[in-house]
Design a protein around this ligand. Sequence first.
Ligand SMILES: Nc1ncnc2c1ncn2[C@@H]1O[C@H](COP(=O)(O)OP(=O)(O)OP(=O)(O)O)[C@@H](O)[C@H]1O
Ligand SMILES: [Mg+2]
Length: 342
Amino acid sequence: ARAPRPHNTTQGARPPPSITGRGPIALHTGGPEVSIGTIVAFVSLQQGLFRPAVSLLSTGVQIQTSLALFQRIFEYLDLPVDITEREDPVHLDRIKGEVRFENVTFGYDGKGGPVLDGIDITVPAGSSLAVVGSTGAGKSTLGHLVPRLYDVTGGRVTLDGVDVRDLDFDTLARAVGVVSQETYLFHASVADNLRFAKPDATDEELYAAAEAAQIHDHIAALPDGYDTVVGERGHRFSGGEKQRLAIARTILRDPPVLVLDEATSALDTRTEAAVQKAIDALSANRTTLTIAHRLSTVRGADQIVVLDAGRAVERGTHRELVERDGRYAALVRRDAQLEPTR
Ligand SMILES: Nc1ncnc2c1ncn2[C@@H]1O[C@H](COP(=O)(O)OP(=O)(O)OP(=O)(O)O)[C@@H](O)[C@H]1O
Ligand SMILES: [Mg+2]
């Protein structure tokens, strides 16, 4: 049974919607109640997570409200729910977007050695960092620490000089956008899927974002256009199309910091070119941390860090690192060999 709420005396006031009858879910233990706005922001913050949306969509439950959606995500996905907002968190109105990793160490619970070990990286506001390294080196993990999908074990990650653990969720959600290989599309219209990132977006804003993301023409050519329903029983988008929809969403959200986990799987040349163009539009004027698998991304980055078994073993620009002829140069050579002749 729900405890009476002494301050809520408004006639006819209804409790927030709940799909399980358990009442509003508590995100923070002992903290204030979470507003739907925070939830929407938090969910969109966590756009690209660890499991495909299939587990969500295959439940056959149509998402009614963002709260329900939120609850489902937390019920079905393997998310750390121990990420909480500090009691008296810091709110930033204006976010410049400088990201720093200060002596960061991280290990997944109960697992052996650290996944990240003594990472020190400064990404000045508006600049780009490309993170490269072999599989399992810790690249995605590093990216996940910025929006607090996980918290550091040692050291700290800061945004504009403030430890991300000290920021309120609203600031964090406005600050960081994540685009990863795994994109959520909900069983809803294309327009709704995009508006999820910005509920009050006008049609024109939707079109402009989709246009920049190189997906507008594709959507417009569908029989129902932006009203096309997406998903298992609706229209199926390809991997590259989904990625561009995710990019359109992030363009709508317009975060100053972007974490981009590039797809490892090969896209065909035309799709790759379209995705690259979309990513270029998205990255402009933002702090960008790219987990890079495409040589083009790496080459143009202001700063490249090579991760090896959780340690930053090399850093510099493309030119500096090629000249150094170490790990990065070896990766570039290997990539050149793998690159299909076009
Ligand atoms: N949720 C998790 N729980 C436990 N261990 C994990 C989890 N995610 C990743 N790991 C482990 O942490 C290490 C780093 O993983 P991470 O995903 O960061 O590597 P990566 O550099 O992104 O690799 P890839 O290039 O294959 O994407 C790996 O050993 C991986 O097995
Ligand atoms: Mg990865």
